[in-house]
Design a protein around this ligand. Structure first.
Ligand SMILES: NC(=O)c1ccc[n+]([C@@H]2O[C@H](COP(=O)([O-])OP(=O)(O)OC[C@H]3O[C@@H](n4cnc5c(N)ncnc54)[C@H](O)[C@@H]3O)[C@@H](O)[C@H]2O)c1
Length: 256
């Protein structure tokens, strides 16, 4: 049993993919989960799945690039559940394009969500975590935040920013007993992997065989397991660290 029971957890972008799997796993382990997403129907569906399984959850509409939204969402989370212990900065968008074809509008929009969203979340959640004597922030980066890849100038730069922002926050907030870590998956079976596979002209199974020594892409639950661990009491000495969830793909030469 991972000890997150009774913790109040805010998961952004929890209307789909990794965020939904994470919200459900927290709830399965007894946490109270604030599901936020820019898409109301999808977020409400996540809450429905949690409550019908006996969990405790609420949905709040939230654009992570909006500072006003952050202020409203965190206040409402405290109002409903009495405080906040964990923030999972999961919401993100993906663009694959050659740098010469990437528009400034695409760049700015992606950075406003993938980077500014993480900054705003950290900025506004700190006072709530301090009230509880500390807490955990988990930021979704990517292997694209560790290594370069063609077509990934915009997305990779955003995830690289999340990686170092995580370490800066860990250094600054450690004395307040707030831990901050980043997660670096390769392709996970969500809409993002579908998009990447379509551009590569490959199936998800082909990508799984090529990208992991385990021969498959990650399921959202494979990432959720690591996120919940990083929020749990058992990870109390882990901060400023990066957790690569890539099925061994980055550590081995895949020979044929
Ligand atoms: N799936 C992958 O292959 C993969 C790999 C590495 C990293 N990641 C990262 O993991 C995180 C989750 O990815 P996913 O695959 O589950 O994505 P997804 O597209 O399945 O879900 C993302 C969710 O974020 C929400 N969202 C988008 N913009 C938002 C905004 N401005 N404010 C609030 N919510 C917003 C969407 O509505 C959606 O519900 C992202 O940060 C992504 O970059 C994903």
């Amino acid at each position: 049993m991972i000890h997150v029971e009774g913790k109040v957890v805010v998961v952004t972008g929890a209307g789909a993919g990794i965020g939904r799997a994470t919200a459900k796993l927290f709830a399965d382990n007894g946490a109270k989960v604030v599901v936020t997403d820019v898409k109301q129907d999808q977020g409400e569906e996540t809450v429905q799945q949690i409550t019908s399984a006996g969990g405790d959850s609420m949905f709040l509409r939230h654009d992570v690039s909006s500072e006003e939204d952050w202020v409203r969402v965190l206040a409402a989370a405290k109002e409903q559940f009495g405080g906040i212990d964990v923030l999972v900065n999961n919401a993100g968008i993906y663009v694959i394009a050659p740098v010469t074809e990437t528009t400034l509008e695409q760049w700015n929009k992606l950075f406003s969500i993938n980077v500014t969203g993480v900054f705003l979340g950290a900025k506004h959640v700190v006072s709530y975590l301090v009230e509880r004597g500390g807490g955990s922030i988990v930021n979704l980066s990517s292997v694209a935040g560790l290594l370069g890849a063609a077509g990934h100038a915009c997305y990779g730069a955003s995830k690289g920013a999340v990686r170092i922002l995580t370490k800066d926050l860990a250094a600054e907030l450690g004395p307040q007993n707030i831990r901050v870590n980043s997660i670096h998956p390769t392709y996970v079976k969500t809409a993002m992997a579908d998009y990447g596979a379509a551009i590569a002209g490959k199936t998800l199974d082909e990508m799984g065989r090529e990208m992991s020594v385990l021969g498959r892409l990650a399921e959202p639950e494979d990432v959720a397991n690591v996120i919940v661990f990083l929020a749990a009491d058992e990870s109390r000495y882990l901060t400023g660290a990066e957790f690569v969830v890539d099925g061994g793909g980055g550590t081995s030469v895949l020979a044929v």
